[in-house]
Design a binder for this molecule. Sequence first.
Ligand code: SF4
Length: 380
Amino acid sequence: MTQTRTSDSVEKPTFCRLCEAYCGIVATVKDGKVIAIRPDKDNPHSLGHVCVKGMAVGDLTNDPDRLLTPMKRIGGPGEFVPVSWDEAMSDIAARLKVILDRDGGDALALYHGNPVGFATDFVVAVKPFLKALGAHKRYHAGSQDHHAHLAANYYAYGDAERSSFPDLVNCDFLLMLGTNPLVSNGSLVFAPRMRHDLDAIAARGRVVVVDPRRSETARRYEHLPVEPAGDLWLLLGMMRTLIEEQLVDSRFIGQMTEGWDDLRTGALSVSMEEAAARSGIAVETIQSLARDFAKTERAAIYGRLGICRGPHGSLTAFLILALNIVAGKFGKKGGRVRRQNIWRNLQRKLAECGPRLGVDVIPNCAVGDSHGGIPCRLKV
Ligand code: SF4
């Protein structure tokens, strides 16, 4: 879309960066102020999809409480005065130096919210910035709402930020837990057109929505009601079924993972009857779900914030990753794929959309490696 100008306002194509779906939006700007937001149907990435958060970014921009200049605390709680950026930077740098000289980088932590976290310049700069200060503690919105997934990434892949996601475009069987993407769109899955993707999967195969509530998404696809916080027991029952019916990918497990024996022993310590009782799902249903998942070549399991809110969140998130791995769906077309591809996709998309949106292409956004030490993690 090109900019459309009326006598006193101009429409600017841009994007929402409240989450990694990066939905395209059009901002109407008058006298330097955003006065309206609408979905950008011409955006080749999102094709006009946005969620309610994206439609509200204009309100955020114009909020009277929004800070437009640094504020320096001069007394007790709430006692601040505005200062210039130069003064703020000098003051912060001087205080940081004192802390670093005295206690080193371990005394430092960085917190950032979503809008910054999905700004490409920040993504590129944050790791070198922390490294230069000798710091490694980094917290963000995910530290609060999906910490269980970050912990699971660490245990399964050796790095909390090494996320993976279902390859929706090629998937034929998708099992979803703790998510209602028809309302909240595609966070943690990097997909701006979830309904289109899910409809296409349902047309090719199955979309199963595990949720205690008959959510909007559950109503549109196959709803599998589960006891609140019972997801873990469903997954343990599925894992046990894969083991007992020899539906695991032994070659992949043998070559690419370590700790399988421990995970196997742990899963077998839970009987199918216990899994059924604690999940509220019949033994036969759990077994048939596990078989369909394992036997569908292009299949994936995906979990989101809902599973992080109850007990056993980290273990539930880990089992989602582990099931994808042991069933041979990891790194496969239509299965669970890694984040590295995202950045390649993002770079390709930026190359397509960049000139139109007036943004540069980021040459390299790869993340680093480290090692964990938990059963059945991937050899990194
Ligand atoms: S899904 Fe919603 S919050 Fe995320 S980028 Fe799209 S409009 Fe923004």
